[in-house]
Design a protein around this ligand. Structure first.
Ligand code: MRU
Length: 347
């Protein structure tokens, strides 16, 4: 598997996902501002990977704080957290990671600035390692719903590249594959950023897991022809009632899955579940540069000057979701109760 993000000495190194699959290059960050910029520009993307990058970015930024006293350190660190929170609005994991890093300060009220720098770095390391373990657990729970011989449709990239490793939706696919199930994946290309064709297809190809690429508009036809036995997608934020924000086009797939009686599952870590958000209506949806729609891979594909719209995510209502696969088990309806129970469950 491709390492998405790693420390190299005191620098944060990420594979540049904007360039894949054509070029394997890396972006090296030495400051928090560079990590924020990398998240904003999608060098690194996918909710769990954004969360890990945020934690590492904060650990990196904290190193540069010139310490006068504890209070000054706290004020400076809060500024870094505010900067990080502005990177992207939808993925819950970004805010969860910031809160987790802030908790380090609260847990060590007597620690000096120098000690806090070390503790923040240790916490970021922990989140990086933990994310891979979480995805493997998601895979173990999720593989049970994958029928042998199934064609599994997925959208966007919820794979190793979208996490610290193994993936969420693709973690379910990987685990099913590793148990010996004969499956294949239908990968939606996922316009406009093409995470499906550039990243999911590439990632699966690297591991010889059978993958067939389709354009987004082909999903309904293929479902109607009984060519799809299961849909599994990731999530950027899940509200307390089980409404799911994920890559634009996910809602369309969920409606099509219902119409064609295909089970529709979401795979995500519990850090993506935001119990402070009651329903999907309260999830902020990122609007990205319309140029991502008028252009593809840097080239214009529309008449110059045409107006374009680019909401990056949509919300799938909980009634369309068969189950939410987490590291602590599969949440079922009613989600308000099952998600809360899983969040409170001890590891
Ligand atoms: O805009 P992106 O590429 O960050 O969107 C990613 C998705 O929508 C993924 O499906 C989601 O973050 C889950 S990744 C495990």
């Amino acid at each position: 598997m491709i390492p998405t993000i790693a420390w190299r000495d005191d620098r944060v190194v990420m594979i540049d996902q904007r360039k894949l699959p054509f070029k394997e290059s890396y972006v090296v960050c030495t400051t928090l501002a560079q990590v924020v910029d990398a998240i904003r520009k999608m060098v690194i993307r996918g909710a769990p990977a954004i969360g890990v990058a945020a934690a590492m970015g904060l650990a990196l930024g904290a190193r540069r704080i010139r310490i006068q006293n504890r209070a000054a350190f706290e004020r400076n660190f809060q500024r870094l957290c505010d900067q990080m929170a502005s990177a992207r609005p939808t993925a819950s994991n970004l805010f969860w990671a910031i809160q987790t890093m802030q908790q380090v300060l609260r847990d060590h009220p007597q620690a000096s600035g120098e000690e806090l720098k070390e503790l923040l770095r240790l916490k970021a390391d922990e989140l990086l390692a933990e994310d891979q373990a979480i995805n493997q657990a998601i895979g173990q729970h999720g593989q049970a719903v994958v029928p042998n011989g199934a064609t599994v449709l997925t959208h966007c990239n919820a794979g190793a590249l979208a996490t610290a490793g193994y993936g969420t939706a693709l973690g379910v696919v990987r685990a099913a594959w590793e148990t010996g199930k004969k499956i294949q994946v239908l990968a939606d290309e996922t316009r406009p950023f093409l995470q499906g064709s550039r990243l999911t297809a590439w990632e699966l190809q690297q591991e010889n897991i059978p993958v067939i690429l389709i354009t987004d508009s082909m999903a309904g036809y293929l479902m109607s022809q009984a060519k799809v036995q299961l849909v599994v997608v990731g999530a950027d934020r899940i509200a307390a009632n089980g409404d799911v924000a994920n890559k634009i086009g996910t809602y369309t797939l969920a409606v099509l899955a219902k119409e064609n009686k295909v089970p529709f599952y979401v795979a995500a870590p519990l850090s993506t579940v935001d119990l402070s958000v009651t329903t999907g209506k309260d999830i902020p949806i990122e609007e990205r540069d319309p140029q991502e729609v008028t252009h593809s891979l840097g080239r214009p594909i529309a008449p110059p000057g045409v107006t374009a719209w680019n909401p990056a995510f949509d919300v799938t209502p909980n009634r369309l979701v068969h189950g939410i696969v987490t590291e602590k088990g599969i949440a079922r309806k009613p989600y308000k109760r099952s998600l809360k129970t899983l969040k409170q469950k001890r590891a």
